[in-house]
Design a protein around this ligand. Sequence first.
Ligand code: DGY
Length: 319
Amino acid sequence: MRIVVTRNVPEAAVELLRGAGQVHVCERDQALDPAELREVVAGADGLVTMLGDQVDGAVADAAGSQLKVVANVAVGYDNLDVPALAARGVTVTNTPGVLTDATADLAFALLLMATRRLGEAERLIRSGEPWFFHLGFMLGTGLQGKTLGIIGLGEIGQAVARRARAFGMRIAYSGRRRVAADVESELDARYLTRDELLREADVLSLHCPLTEQTRHLIDAAALATMKPSAVLVNTSRGPVVDEAALAEALRAGRIAAAGLDVFEQEPAVHPGLLELENAVLIPHLGSATVETRTAMAELAARNVVGVLTGNGPVTPVEA
Ligand code: DGY
């Protein structure tokens, strides 16, 4: 069996993959361009991919009809054309669970940075500008008693909600469907329509996948519905937010601040956002801990090995 890994992954994952065949790791950190990707996958039975690798029917065809599995090292899989792969009999897998806490931690860090103006504060110190303590200096907003609105109360959304509860926040959410009653009652979470949530949230945190339905879910109209004091946090996918509309809303004070880990055209960031003190900008670090990235790569490897050895995938994506 030939297994192609599109970029560097932790050695522990490569070791696991060797249990199922010959492993070719593209020793690089940046995504291959589409032509290089089609070239390198030729003859692969299994493919380990990640964010930035656009894997569609053409890539599967370039691999050949023996291709059995594409294992994305991410929980999100909007970079994969799942129907096209399924139509060719290819199993698609992702890495849910192992990155829940790391991503929730980062979402909460962004929430704190944005509500307490920590990016701006750090820049002030480094600028060498004089400062002194006074009662009105760099005031942020407290969290106690405030409402955290969550769009997409899946595993990561729930983990963020638990952290927020520890900070005394109330939880409300919207999404395609209601979560189980025991989860709602554990989190004391209210299910609202999207518009109700936009109107009520003091902090809005996005945890939905990127789909045709969620692309630009947070657009100018949604931002105009939010409170002027509200803070937006996005650790899901950049295109869920209309970045140009967000930059304008932040500039005009239509919402108070935003904490963003993801961007519409990564690694580019809308120039309007770069100029704003009330935008906290982080380069897609949601799952970026040593432990989590290793666990993600190992889970992807176990998925490949499972499919290629006939034992089945561990975490398949529904086609
Ligand atoms: C994911 O898992 O989808 C992240 O965005 C990449 O770490």
